[in-house]
Every structure is written in C-alpha cells, then in structure tokens.
Design a protein around this ligand. Structure first.
Ligand SMILES: Cc1cc2nc3c(=O)[nH]c(=O)nc-3n(C[C@H](O)[C@H](O)[C@H](O)COP(=O)(O)O)c2cc1C
Length: 184
C-alpha cells in the first residue's frame, strides 16, 4: 500500500509562534526517507470555529479530511501553563473516527520542560480517541536556542527514533485496519 502517510500538525496558531520553524525542521528530518510521505497540517490555515459545533463547516471538513488521509501523526506542540494550547484541543475534537487505530508521536517544546507536561496530557486525549501514542518524544528546549546547530546531532537522532516508531506503527496499524475494521 506504499509508504506511510505522515501528517505533521502544527499545534500553535499564535502570532510569532516558534512552532512553525520547529515543524519545518522536523519535516526536513523526514526528507529522503522512502518509507513515508509527509504532509504539513498547519492549524493556522484552518478557520475552525472557536465555539464547538457538530455542524461541519468547510474548515472542519477540510481538517477532518487531512486526518482521515493520514496513517500516522506527529503533533508539534508547545507547553502553555503545563498543558497544550487550546488551538490544538479545538482541532483534535473536530475529528473522531479519523484518529482511531493510528499512531501519534510528539515534537514538544517549551521554556522550562521541553513540553513534556503537554505531551502527558495529549496522551490522555489521544487514548480517548482510540489512537496509539508512541513512546519516544522529540523535546526541544527553547531557552537553549534549539533546534540549533550545536544540538542538531542529538535532536536529529531523536527525530529519527520518532520517525522510525511512527513508520512501524503506521504500517502495522494500516495493515490491521485493512484486515479488520476497528470497532470502538
Ligand atoms: C500562555 C503561555 C503559557 C506558557 N507556559 C509555559 C509552561 O508552562 N512551560 C514552558 O516550558 N513554557 C511555557 N510557555 C512558553 C512557551 O512554551 C513558548 O512561549 C513557546 O514559544 C510557545 O509556543 P509558540 O511560540 O509556538 O506558540 C508559555 C507560553 C505562553 C504563551
């Protein structure tokens, strides 16, 4: 069925956000791999309703379509007050079936904790959506100026590990969904 289709989701929509550069750095780490194709999903491009609605708008449909097309996800998230930003939760909640039985990994960043509190909370959310979060995380320390040339080796290695896990789970779960539809 071809390479894993990885969606890299930029979770922050803040003006002047650090997230876009970090997401582009991560996408570059996947370049040249023949086991995956990468699609950058920038939440700032979707005019998702701030007040939750079950009535799908064009923006909701378009975002949900991207989630449905992906086999695996890398969520690029900052830490806001020991959690993840509201823009990300708002978007996550607009899809449901489309997350199921798919792997989710995290590229997290912050000023004190490299975003690990945000990741802990996102694991709970994705478990509720029947997604599978993978073990290893890429943690970017903004106070150290990462991703900088000095830290590139370690971060690139962390990115490789995450991409390998997403590929393994992406292929395994895609085969499993094809063999037997997931029932929640
Ligand atoms: C509302 C808010 C709360 C924050 N809380 C934390 C925090 O709890 N831990 C942390 O490490 N950094 C925290 N930060 C710093 C952010 O991680 C940092 O500003 C980062 O650049 C935000 O991501 P963004 O620029 O992509 O929006 C906070 C930033 C904001 C705006």
């Amino acid at each position: 069925m071809g390479p894993v289709r990885l969606a890299v989701i930029i979770g922050s929509t803040r003006e002047g956000r650090a997230g876009e550069e970090i997401a582009r750095w991560f996408v570059a780490q996947a370049a040249g791999r023949d086991d995956m194709t990468v699609n950058l999903v920038d939440l700032a491009d979707y005019d998702l309703p701030a007040r939750y609605t079950a009535e799908p708008t064009d923006a909701i449909r378009s975002f949900v379509r991207e989630v449905g097309l992906a086999d695996a996800f890398a969520v690029v998230t900052p830490e806001y007050n020991h959690s993840f930003p509201a823009s990300l939760k708002q978007a996550i909640d607009y899809a449901y079936d489309e997350w199921q039985a798919k792997p989710v990994g995290f590229v997290a960043y912050g000023c004190r904790s490299t975003g690990l509190h945000a990741v802990d909370q996102l694991r709970t959310v994705f478990t509720a959506l029947h997604a599978t979060t993978v073990r290893d995380v890429v943690g970017v320390d903004l106070l150290r100026g990462e991703p900088s040339p000095e830290c590139a080796d370690q971060l690139c290695q962390d990115a490789r590990v995450l991409l390998d896990q997403l590929t393994w789970w992406g292929l395994a779960l895609r085969d499993a969904r094809a063999a037997r539809p997931y029932v929640s």
